[in-house]
Write a protein that binds this ligand. Sequence first.
Ligand SMILES: C[S@@+](CC[C@H](N)C(=O)[O-])C[C@H]1O[C@@H](n2cnc3c(N)ncnc32)[C@H](O)[C@@H]1O
Length: 218
Amino acid sequence: MPTSSSDHPESFYARLFAKAYDPVMRQLEERLLFSRRQALIGQVSGKGLEVGAGTGVNFPLYPSGSDVLAIEPSEAMLRQAARRLDQYGSAGEIKLMKAGINDSALDKQIAPHSLDFLVCTLVLCTIPDLEVALDRFRTWLRPGGRLLVMEHIHDDRQPQRWLQHKFTPVWKRLAEGCHLNRATDQLLKSAGFRAIEEQYIHTRFVPFYWAVLEPPAK
Ligand SMILES: C[S@@+](CC[C@H](N)C(=O)[O-])C[C@H]1O[C@@H](n2cnc3c(N)ncnc32)[C@H](O)[C@@H]1O
């Protein structure tokens, strides 16, 4: 497995977070997320990138004919992802790489306008410099390629909006950098991505945004 980020030993908390991730998410996955992952990932074909693959929840959903580079900066998450791939496999071709989205090593792996699709599930909330990442997405996707997104977003409703804002500094520490108050749907649109299909899914605490988007025309 190629490594490209610096290999600092990970904190106990990062390892705990990776171990706890699937059990903590199980109910929400069953109730809300997993069927939407299927709808998103089941339609891909060709060459793609999955950003922040985490424990590899999406891997079993890739169809044959898909060829995916799955990047993940956390060593502990990557171990879980490799284990899942060993255990359940995938109809798609999946290559794992230790990297964050702004890692320069990716430029050697991905030529401009070469990707048919890019998958981001529950990761755009965490990437520190989202605008830089979106710029890379625009560079890497081919014209007519697809950006597939499932993300929790900042609420329009009160008091949820206020609470999400207030709670974000603490939540960021608990959830490894996740922002509860990021308006990812709007940031995507401001960056020129156009939604071909989109859904807003409301839960009591946070809304989710599910979308198939295309990059702006050159
Ligand atoms: C909440 S988890 C989601 C994992 C997976 N995408 C899913 O749908 O279950 C967020 C993941 O993003 C990863 N991540 C954090 N910063 C990142 C970055 N700059 N580039 C890529 N991935 C990142 C984290 O290590 C973590 O595994």
